[in-house]
Design a protein around this ligand. Structure first.
Ligand SMILES: Cc1ncc(COP(=O)(O)O)c(C=O)c1O
Length: 378
């Protein structure tokens, strides 16, 4: 019988940040006054400028979600053939390749950062390879220097899925300035959100024009449709919420930083628990997630045991990312996805557990969650 008590109410892995209803009502009034609901309205134009500055990027285009944004990124760079990517990511990453008729080539990951192993990419390049699609997993930056040098050597494009990396910087440079294009997701569960939404960021004015055409059906003017585009437009309500949420993001980031420090402190000496990876000293993190790994041999319990047992205490952690994308039925027949080809990712997928992390938690909540976890040890 355990003496550790659970929570009275469920503690989920995250909880969206809600602006006040008064702020939203005031912005809705602006929209109603403008009589403009979508198609590059005043809220959209303002948010695009505000985010361009906030994220320290030369150009930014807003989208209705991150997945469509990433699909348009592939189209805008005319990617084809094979693209090297990571199996340790959300389903959307390889799916956008498939929707573009591109074959994902899964590359193993780094055991510490859990990002694509930049040192392995070169060995996977073939004449069919056109690009590298890397993910800044959990907001920890990829090895951007190595990835760019491999890409330059072989004439490949680099696209970053920066869905987790809102507000992350390397040596004062916005994370969206690396590679050819970066995508961010503004989904409700992210540190910063627009209900649903996303953006593409890059450094090329002509590319912005192409991206903006692609997200609006390829419509150039009333008389001309110049390419087969899609509907990727963010509407005015999304954009207005996004403008309000910009006022919340730094406080939320700071709360999560403090909670992360509590996890670090509480779990530092627990055998078999690996803490959330640290980034280089010049990286400004967003602390969106706190992810641990459970080594069954050293902890005496498996990750799956911890995940299941936590529920009895009203704690709902998540197995991000398990299963690996390479284990999905739609990808597991690919040569790069065969069992044993991705040993680090396979091990990480078995060990990883995303812990509750949102500003509404208190330091005591996190201490209690850690106490529950420690009580599982055998
Ligand atoms: C790594 C990653 N890529 C892509 C996406 C897709 O973004 P969206 O939900 O905005 O379409 C997400 C999550 O939502 C994600 O976590």
């Amino acid at each position: 019988m355990t003496t550790v008590k659970g929570f009275d109410k469920p503690i989920y892995v995250t909880r969206p940040v809600f602006p006040t209803l008064d702020e939203v009502t005031a912005k809705l009034r602006e929209i109603w006054d403008s009589q403009w609901l979508t198609n590059n309205g005043p809220q959209h134009q303002a948010l695009e400028q505000e985010l361009t500055r906030f994220l320290k990027v030369p150009y930014l285009s807003l989208f209705n979600n991150g997945t469509i944004a990433l699909m348009v990124a592939c189209q805008s760079l005319r990617l084809s053939g094979d693209v090297i990517t990571t199996p340790f990511t959300f389903a959307a990453t390889p799916h956008v390749l498939s929707w573009n008729n591109i074959r994902p080539i899964f590359c193993d990951i780094d055991p510490v950062t859990m990002n694509i192993d930049a040192g392995r990419i070169e060995s996977m390049i073939t004449p069919q390879t056109t690009a590298i699609l890397a993910v800044h997993v959990f907001g920890i930056p990829c090895d951007v220097a190595t990835i760019q040098s491999v890409a330059d050597k072989y004439g490949l494009r680099v696209v970053y899925d920066a869905a987790h990396a809102f507000g992350v910087e390397i040596a004062g440079r916005g994370i969206g300035t690396f590679g050819d294009i970066s995508m961010m997701s503004f989904h409700a569960t992210k540190l910063y959100h627009t209900l649903e939404g996303g953006a593409l960021m890059h450094g090329d004015k002509n590319l912005k024009a192409r991206i903006d055409l692609l997200k609006n059906f390829g419509i150039k003017n009333e008389e001309e449709v110049v390419m087969p585009g899609i509907n990727g437009k963010m509407n005015e309500v999304q954009a207005a919420v996004g403008r309000i949420m910009l006022g919340y993001v730094e406080a939320e980031r700071e709360k999560r930083r403090q909670l992360g420090a509590v996890y670090d402190e509480e779990l530092a000496d627990v055998p078999g628990i690996t803490l959330m990876p640290k980034a280089a000293a010049d990286v400004k993190l967003n602390h969106q997630y706190y992810v641990i790994r459970v080594d069954e041999a050293a902890f005496g319990r498996s990750r799956d045991y911890v995940y299941d047992e936590f529920k009895k205490y009203n704690v709902f952690a998540r197995k991000y990312f398990h299963p690996l994308c390479s284990e999905f039925t739609c990808y597991r027949q690919l040569p790069s996805a065969r069992a044993g080809e991705l040993p680090v990712a396979e091990k990480t997928g078995r060990e990883v557990l995303s812990m509750p992390m949102y500003g509404g938690l208190s330091a005591d909540d996190v201490r209690k969650i850690c106490g529950i976890l420690k009580s599982f040890r055998r």
